[in-house]
Design a protein around this ligand. Structure first.
Ligand SMILES: [Zn+2]
Ligand SMILES: [Zn+2]
Length: 97
């Protein structure tokens, strides 16, 4: 199993940036919270990283772990929705300890 270049944690829930971006964009438009288009900037931010781990959804290589991605994507979520966002997407934190 590969590790994330940013947090150095083993990647236990391999979902790539692109798949997460789709999910988050969907979530944002469901809650009408923030701009789904702006989340694409997060994917670009991590583009040059690699982990050697492939996505369970689309089989492409992950750039970062889902946790680091969500931490960054959270900045695009309005404050009044950030708790809800954390509960929906921060699965790494909830599961690991
Ligand atoms: Zn990470
Ligand atoms: Zn994917």
């Amino acid at each position: 199993m590969g590790n994330c270049n940013i947090c150095n944690e083993a990647i236990t829930n391999p979902v790539c940036s692109e798949c997460l971006q789709l999910e988050i964009a969907q979530w944002l438009s469901d809650f009408q919270a923030g701009e789904p288009e702006e989340v694409k900037a997060v994917t670009q931010l991590f583009e040059h990283f690699s982990t050697g781990v492939n996505c369970i959804v689309c089989k492409k290589e992950l750039n970062v772990c889902a946790h680091c991605y969500c931490e960054e994507a959270k900045n695009f979520v309005p404050k009044n929705h950030s708790e809800q966002f954390k509960r929906t997407f921060d699965f790494e934190l909830n599961n690991s300890r």
